[in-house]
Ligand binder design. Structure first.
Ligand SMILES: *Cc1c(COP(=O)(O)O)cnc(C)c1O
Length: 378
């Protein structure tokens, strides 16, 4: 009976097994600091799954976006383009720099940045001599954006692209790991992500000078001297060696996690297919999603709707969550420019994230599915 009402979280951490032993190792060698051998190995292993690009292990995905913007040359009052349909952490670092985000709405197919609106925003900005200094492109819920179209535009105007792949480790576009298509890729290892270091992130750089710079900036920008000498403003953004040890255990099981996330998505899709007013996202021929979260959309004229289902699940101790509220609708970004087509606002109104934790059992999944079906009596 207790088990029947056990809380089911949206996306809780899921340890692989070796993490405790690796953390013990860190204690044994006493490298309990934001320096140490586990960080180096973690960077190397991440690099191995990221086209062997250089990796800087950092304290969060947000920190990685912040440093990518700095290294891309973003300064006060610059324009920076950003996906509107995302978590606020994609956009916040733009404002840390005193730069101005320009938000771009989504296209219907992948829910990610619309290439047409992107091109229009760049052309408009160039007309007033304010060419954007960078583009923050998000791969939401693990679904790859339309990389080919986006890269064509970024290249045409020579604007650095920062891939926010915080939700997309293990996702692929044309068989290539997401986060490796441009100068900068960002991963997050927060507790809710597909693998976690408790808190953490990484910046993946095509150019190894950039990764070196990120490591330098993340450790207080200390110049090469015996005393503490600084000629630049630094940050305390380095990953802790304790976190890196957890991350090494998690990297071992990354492919298992991707497999399980996809299995969860397919199970929901299969079992809920009888409900006509609920639809699921779809990969296209180029994309492979890690399905970080399974998301569903209700028909416009659904009798139930996402809030009713969310509350129904919450009553049974099952956590679900509306899709991200677009940044152009967030009070904090009221004054920012945006290019809007109504897609992300519509998705926000009709969409719900279902529990997608990889440690869920078949019984957990069936409990959720039965609760959904209860509302429909099918
Ligand atoms: C989680 C997340 C981030 C931020 O990562 P942290 O490690 O939590 O700082 C950035 N962008 C997106 C899309 C995210 O989901």
């Amino acid at each position: 009976l207790m088990n029947e009402n056990k809380k089911i979280w949206l996306s809780p951490p899921h340890m692989g097994g070796r993490e405790r032993e690796l953390v013990q190792e860190v204690f044994d060698i006493n490298w309990i600091s934001p320096a140490g051998p586990h960080i180096d190995i973690f960077e190397e292993k991440l690099s191995n799954i990221s086209l062997n690009y250089s990796v800087a292990a950092l304290s969060s995905g947000t920190a990685a976006i912040h440093l990518a913007l700095i290294i891309a040359g973003v300064r006060k009052n610059d324009n920076v383009i950003c996906s509107s349909f995302t978590f606020s952490a994609s956009a916040n670092p733009i404002t840390y720099l005193g730069a101005n985000p320009i938000f771009i709405d989504s296209e219907r197919e992948t829910w990610n940045m619309c290439p047409n609106l992107l091109e229009r925003a760049i052309e408009d900005a160039i007309k007033i001599n304010k060419k954007p200094k960078a583009i923050v492109l998000v791969h939401l819920y693990g679904m790859p954006a339309k990389m080919e179209d986006i890269m064509l535009i970024a290249n045409k105007f020579s604007i650095p692209l920062i891939e926010d792949a915080a939700e997309a480790l293990g996702s692929k576009y044309k068989k290539q790991q997401i986060g490796t298509f441009s100068d900068f890729g960002v991963y997050s290892f927060n507790g809710n992500k597909i693998i976690t270091t408790s808190a953490g992130g990484a910046l993946v750089c095509k150019n190894q000078i950039h990764a070196k710079k990120a490591r330098f900036l993340s450790t207080q920008a200390r110049d090469d001297a015996n005393h503490y000498e600084h000629s630049e403003v630094g940050y305390n953004y380095r990953m802790s060696n304790v976190c890196a040890a957890i991350g090494l255990g998690q990297l071992d099981v990354l492919s298992d996690r991707v497999f399980k996330k996809r299995e969860i998505f397919n199970y929901y899709k299969d079992k809920l297919s009888s409900i006509k007013e609920i639809t699921f996202s779809k990969e296209n021929q180029d994309s492979f999603s890690n399905y970080w979260l399974t998301t569903i959309l209700f028909d416009e004229n659904s009798a139930i709707g996402r809030e009713r289902l969310r509350l129904h699940l919450a009553n049974s101790n099952i956590e679900s969550r509306p899709l991200w509220k677009p940044m152009h609708l967030q009070p904090v970004f009221n004054d920012c420019k945006s290019y809007v087509n109504g897609v992300s606002e519509d998705l926000f109104k009709r969409g719900l994230c279902l529990p997608s934790g990889t440690s869920m059992t078949k019984e957990d999944l069936d409990r959720i599915i039965n609760k959904v079906k209860e509302l429909y009596e099918v």
